[in-house]
Design a protein around this ligand. Sequence first.
Ligand code: ACO
Length: 449
Amino acid sequence: PEDVGILAIELIVPSVYVDQTELEAYDGVSAGKYTIGLGQQKMGFCSNREDINSLCLTVVQKLMERHNIQPSEIGRLEVGTETIIDKSKSVKTVLMQLFEPHGVTDIEGVDSTNACYGGTAALLNSIAWIESSSWNGRFALVVAADIAVYAKGGARPTGGAGAVAMLIGPNAPLVFDRGTRASYVKHAYDFYKPDLTSEYPVVDGKLSIQCYLGALDNTYQLYKKNVAKREGGEISLQDFDGVLFHSPYCKLVQKSLARLALNDFVQASSEDRSKKFPGLEKFENVSLENSYFDREVEQAFVALSKEDFKTKTTPSLLVASQVGNMYTASLYGGLVSYLVSKDITELVGNKIMLYSYGSGLAASIFSMTFASKIDERFRNLISNLSHVKGMLQQRQKVDPKIFEDTLQIRHDTCHSAPFEPNSRVDDFFPGTYYLVKIDDKHRRFYERM
Ligand code: ACO
């Protein structure tokens, strides 16, 4: 099959959020720490009426309805998540409730987990399936979803929640480039969830940033090598219309784009350096490994890449800044943001690079090329995202105190059974699935708004 890629994409976010400026005041930190220091505006969160199953049910059902996709058209369905509520039963099997009533049970794939990388693992599996001898001509559906919550403290403002579903198939308007993908996987204890009774991770913030940036350096350099081998010639940031990142918080993404400029600089010949990087000669001996927290290097390359950040990356940060880290869904929320921030005529023929990172750690860089003509499929994909900005605006702001109380109740009850949550559901968006009860055998039951 040719042009395997994304045919449709759906995003859901919680209907409530806490304002990061208000949270700064409530937490008693200096004004600007979360909004300027981390680059976050609002943070979406869920009550105990929503769990990973309900988010995934909602996003899949909405995608199918909006694009009028029949259950029988899906041949593979995979979920990437790190929001684990069962050590055995996959979220995918829960989603089968949307397919079984239509007599559809022949759907491959289960769940993938490694921190924020699970959605990418699910995506790569689905692409491979379509390109394989096992493909049966049907679409793959990839779901990336998480509820990101941290214990009270410095990491809490980097939470968020949301889900993305992507319909994958041939002859797509957004096509995955072949043969150039680069990965970097190694053992690290930067962020992990060893306490199976808690939703909160154990996180070493500084180490996680170093791991994120180190994996970025490694995947970018390998990606460049892979492109050179396949297509010949050196590429750099200038070869991309869009550069998208997994976004734990937006400030890290800005630093990451600067990091790619630093990589281009380090790899350039001395002749190219003085031509393309004037005034940066004094950094010619800088080592990547020793510069993760080097302020001078960081500031110089953030300044150098300022315009690129504005044009290539900022369009992808709408959801990240307005909702927060959606873990596995973060990068794909970035893709949705990029698609809704531009007119379709500006998207035609775009080449974009995507960086996926999951602590622990697993990372990949891959790229996509958008169709060079606007056909019906391209137009459908884009027009079916026209509600996204409105959805973000329609959310309700909640006081930091209520946010904190809600998280506490979540924390206290997330594994209770039997349990019937009684918090309100009337502020949910139409079409939202929500938890009605957990019975004494820990079986979960849902209804839809
Ligand atoms: N105005 C403007 N900027 C400010 C202010 C202020 N009033 N106060 C602080 N800042 C800046 C700081 O200078 C700092 O900037 P820098 O990153 O350029 O150094 C930034 O705001 C954050 O302040 P810190 O004091 O470093 O914040 P803290 O240590 O409390 O926490 C951290 C930050 C480590 C990111 C924490 O939120 C965390 O652990 N998050 C979760 C881990 C994470 O997201 N890791 C990333 C990759 S892994 C993943 O995706 C989960």
